[in-house]
Design a protein around this ligand. Structure first.
Ligand SMILES: Cc1cc2nc3c(=O)[nH]c(=O)nc-3n(C[C@H](O)[C@H](O)[C@H](O)COP(=O)(O)OP(=O)(O)OC[C@H]3O[C@@H](n4cnc5c(N)ncnc54)[C@H](O)[C@@H]3O)c2cc1C
Length: 508
């Protein structure tokens, strides 16, 4: 297997045909010319976000999704602060806000009910409660609007990579060819398994059933019982969802075969065991099961094949971080892979994806492990929980944990420099309005308070904004397309070195 090597000049076409005819014959062409730049396996939140990011750079993207219809499972999902910032950076936040409910940002670490400290460093310092199917629909629509092609009912079954590209085989035997393949195909990722990348960690110890169904008893009766049981059981709830439908969560202990989807009878049995009644549940909308396995892929890239989202890491849902983490992987990867395909990326840029995102996932897995311990009803963990609850009265402790869960505390290692280097920059006011509104096109940005610097030959990849009034306590910052601070200073030569580091050779 060889590392990718591309000519210095971009070879991609600037437009993507929505309906590419003759796909079936593409891989058997004598020259094996890739029809697509990138094939993404899986149109969950990670795959859809990545497709959109790549389209901002005119990369030819095909998303293959094995399900024929979008998922209806409503995992209780919130977008945390950093994800809201990403949405703002791509002009998607208003769409998301229309469909969600803003809630306080605090209280998510192990569900310890502490309000967020004052003055969190973000213009979007709240949690947006929004259902996962809605997030997925909005992200998929966004990707398609930008020109991504999404094919449903197409499961990636196999692939083979060579020096020029990857041949992807679908479950029905059809073959497609692309320069890169990204597995965004969830925790049981076929792409990861075929790559042979290890997925070490802990297997699932506790299984939980989750579903939506109607109930046969009055709401007051349910409310009283739920309050009583909630005092001793962490993994139990019946919450009204509107139109007589309830969201039901119960432990899956004793439920037979993990490979088989759960049945309404499984839910009834568990309810009777815990509550002494099954509340007359009936007419399920959907039923699902999830575990608390914690695993991290050993590598995020092998040659021309990469992994992102749940395909690269899984952990229990406590703290509500999984979807957020996957969408942020996609945001980190998109511009780097696009740079590689357009031909301007420095040789090592694509590998910074793993260097930056693997440690972030490691940290999320660890904080999730810690949270799971704090949810235990054993006396030891309960004592630790009480102690941590007291410690969170200290502003710094509370702030540290919130910055972790919401991902605004991330600092990538870009080498020595001021604390802001490697961190994301908050959405500050600039003379044209909000900084994030200037990042919709997914390009780099030089924010220059000195009005002396220039992006010169990089102006095809990096925008320039001179604004002496910008609310910043440094002279200039160079932002990467993902909003992280790649350089701070006021010296043109030093800036050029950093433009070269992140954005490759200048044009002409
Ligand atoms: C109960 C529960 C609650 C949760 N709550 C939260 C929360 O509050 N906040 C949060 O951030 N996260 C939460 N999560 C986690 C979140 O749901 C996942 O992290 C997120 O769905 C991962 O997105 P993804 O796109 O990486 O993978 P997925 O959502 O799993 O999407 C993968 C896609 O790939 C498709 N696919 C699979 N195999 C193939 C194949 N071979 N070929 C083509 N397509 C394929 C699948 O059909 C699917 O559409 C929760 C999870 C659970 C179980």
């Amino acid at each position: 297997m060889h590392s990718p090597q591309f000519p210095a000049e971009p070879s991609s076409k600037d437009t993507v045909e929505r309906d590419v005819p003759g796909l079936r014959s593409s891989a058997s062409d004598a020259d094996r010319t890739p029809t697509f730049d990138v094939i993404i396996a899986g149109c969950g939140p990670t795959g859809a976000m990545l497709a959109a990011e790549l389209r901002l750079h005119n990369v030819r993207v095909l998303v293959l999704e094995k399900e024929t219809e979008p998922k209806s499972f409503v995992r209780i999902v919130g977008l945390h602060i950093r994800s809201l910032e990403l949405m703002a950076m791509r002009g998607l936040l208003d769409r998301m806000l229309e469909h969600g409910r803003q809630r306080p940002a605090g209280g998510f670490f192990a569900a310890i009910p502490k309000p967020a400290p004052k003055g969190l460093d973000s213009a979007h310092a709240y949690l947006l409660g929004i259902r996962q199917p809605v997030i997925e629909r909005l992200l998929e629509e966004h990707a398609i609007e930008l020109g991504a092609q999404v094919r449903r009912g197409c499961a990636v079954a196999d692939f083979e990579q060579d020096d020029e590209g990857v041949t992807v085989e679908l479950a029905d035997g059809e073959q497609l060819r692309a320069r890169y393949l990204v597995g965004c195909d969830g925790g049981r990722s076929t792409v990861r398994k075929l790559l042979g990348v290890g997925f070490p960690g802990e297997p699932s110890r506790t299984e939980t059933l989750m579903g939506e169904m109607k109930v046969g008893v009055p709401q007051e009766e349910i409310a009283a019982k739920v309050t009583e049981i909630g005092e001793t059981h962490q993994r139990f709830w019946l919450r009204p969802f509107g139109e007589g439908v309830y969201s039901v969560v119960v432990p899956a202990a004793g439920v037979s075969d993990r490979a088989e989807p759960p049945t309404l009878e499984d839910f009834k049995e568990q309810l009777r065991t815990i509550a002494g009644t099954d509340f007359g549940v009936h007419s399920p909308r959907w039923l699902s099961r999830f575990g608390d396995a914690t695993r991290l892929a050993e590598r995020y890239r092998v040659g021309r094949v990469l992994l992102a989202g749940d395909a690269a890491h899984i952990h229990p849902p406590t703290g509500g971080q999984g979807l957020n983490l996957g969408v942020q992987d996609a945001f980190n990867l998109g511009w780097k892979l696009a740079g590689q395909i357009r031909g301007w990326a420095p040789e090592t840029l694509l590998d910074t994806y793993q260097a930056e995102r693997h440690p972030v996932a490691e940290d999320v897995l660890d904080n999730t492990r810690a949270q799971m311990e704090l949810h235990s009803t054993e006396p030891g963990p309960q004592a630790v929980r009480r102690l941590l609850t007291e410690l969170m009265d200290f502003d710094e402790v509370n702030r540290y944990l919130i910055e972790k869960i919401t991902a605004i505390g991330i600092r990538y290692d870009f080498g020595e420099g001021p604390d802001l280097l490697g961190r994301r920059l908050r959405d500050i006011d600039v003379k044209q309005g909000h900084l994030y509104d200037l990042l919709h096109r997914g390009r780099g940005l030089l924010l220059d308070r000195t009005e002396r610097l220039t992006v010169g030959g990089w102006s095809d990849r990096v925008d320039y904004l001179a604004d002496p009034t910008a609310v910043l306590d440094v002279p200039c910052v160079l932002l990467r397309p993902d909003g992280h601070v790649a350089w701070i200073g006021d010296d043109q030569q030093d800036l050029d070195d950093h433009l070269f580091r992140w954005f490759g050779k200048p044009a002409n």
